[in-house]
Design a protein around this ligand. Structure first.
Ligand code: TRP
Length: 332
């Protein structure tokens, strides 16, 4: 049976944290078994903000290493760098001919960027959704796992697919959002102020690269209170969050014991955090070490990138040949 094609782009900025792991990566890891997955680091997209070249290269290696250490298997999925696939900018150029300035200027993420960085409103930023559409359509993907913030971009990909098909004949399937949030748990920041995030409060965010002692410190500082005063009281969200974290890292009977203690009003948050810290360390440490080993083994990383690029290019080349033919720019 032919597996459905899934494409997703991974941003190359920032260190991965627990929220990324439990939100996106774990879903990728599940998908790799049942879908034909193309996952890539969106390094061309990163160029819109003119990153320092050395930093960009390091970020790409790191984000790849962290994803592999978290369970993405380069043997099962095509794992590659966007810039290794020249067919992507080729399709991007084609799609730019049917993407209109007016619709691109209306995109909320573009308007945000214009507001935040009025000094750097470059054409790459304006056409960001066109490049993203090329990333997706280049493999004729039908499913794209993305967060809410990217749904508008995906709608544009559908529009461009439709427009292309209308003009040149049925060619691209219309990619749909792959909802990952159904059983995805929201991970809150440890200080109880919103989502765990790489940019907001690094001291309340657990990164996959955090050393044991750092993890211990962050968890011991997590927000708690003086505890429930009546049996089976509803949980404040920051306590609920500790239980969510515990559920992902501790043994079920440990979680159960603390839940009972909470319901009986004799929970000791200090002990609970100590337990959580040790279980979290046991969970993060192998990922951190595996990611570090990979980053130190450039030859291996390069083999992985090459292998991914080969898989991705064979699919991309077929699409480009078909698109050229449809458009009449095939001469041989
Ligand atoms: N724009 C996406 C983000 O910011 C990353 C991305 C680039 C992407 N190309 C993609 C996601 C293609 C899905 C499919 O997270």
């Amino acid at each position: 049976m032919n597996k459905e094609i899934v494409v997703s782009g991974i941003r190359s900025t920032g260190y991965l944290h627990l929220g990324n792991y439990l939100g996106a990566i774990q879903n990728y890891v599940r998908m790799q078994e049942n879908y034909n997955c193309y996952f890539f680091v969106a390094d061309y997209h990163a160029l819109t903000t003119h990153p320092d070249p050395k930093e960009l290269r390091q970020n790409v290696y790191r984000v790849l290493a962290e994803n592999i250490a978290s369970g993405l298997d380069p043997e099962k999925v095509a794992l590659y760098a966007q810039s290794d696939i020249p067919e992507i900018p080729e399709l991007y150029l084609m799609l730019n001919m049917i993407a209109y300035k007016g619709e691109l200027e209306k995109v909320p993420t573009f308007k945000d960027k214009v507001r935040q960085h009025p000094e750097n409103v470059n054409a790459g930023l304006l056409t960001y959704p066109v490049l993203m559409s090329a990333d997706i359509l280049i493999h004729k993907a039908v499913k794209v796992p993305v967060g809410k913030d990217q749904e508008q971009h995906l709608e544009m990909a559908r529009n461009f697919a439709q427009r292309f098909n209308g003009r040149y004949g049925e060619f691209f399937p219309e990619p749909q959002v792959f909802r990952m949030n159904q059983d995805t748990i929201k991970i809150m920041s440890l200080d109880g102020t919103g989502k765990m995030s790489k940019s907001e409060n690094v001291n309340a965010t657990i990164f996959l690269s955090d050393e044991d002692e750092v993890i211990r410190k962050k968890i011991m500082k997590a927000k708690t209170d003086s505890g429930p005063t009546e049996p089976n009281a509803p949980m404040p969200d920051y306590i609920q969050n500790l239980f969510v974290l515990m559920q992902t890292t501790s043994k079920p009977e440990v979680v159960e014991a603390y839940r009972n203690a909470y319901n009986n009003c004799n929970v000791r948050y200090g002990d609970m955090k100590k337990q959580l810290a040790e279980d979290m360390i046991a969970f993060i440490k192998p990922i951190r070490e595996h990611a570090a080993d990979l980053q130190n083994d450039k030859a291996k990383m390069q083999r992985i990138l090459k292998q991914g690029a080969e898989k991705a290019r064979s699919s991309a080349a077929a699409t480009i040949a078909g698109a050229r033919k449809a458009m009449g720019i095939n001469y041989y």
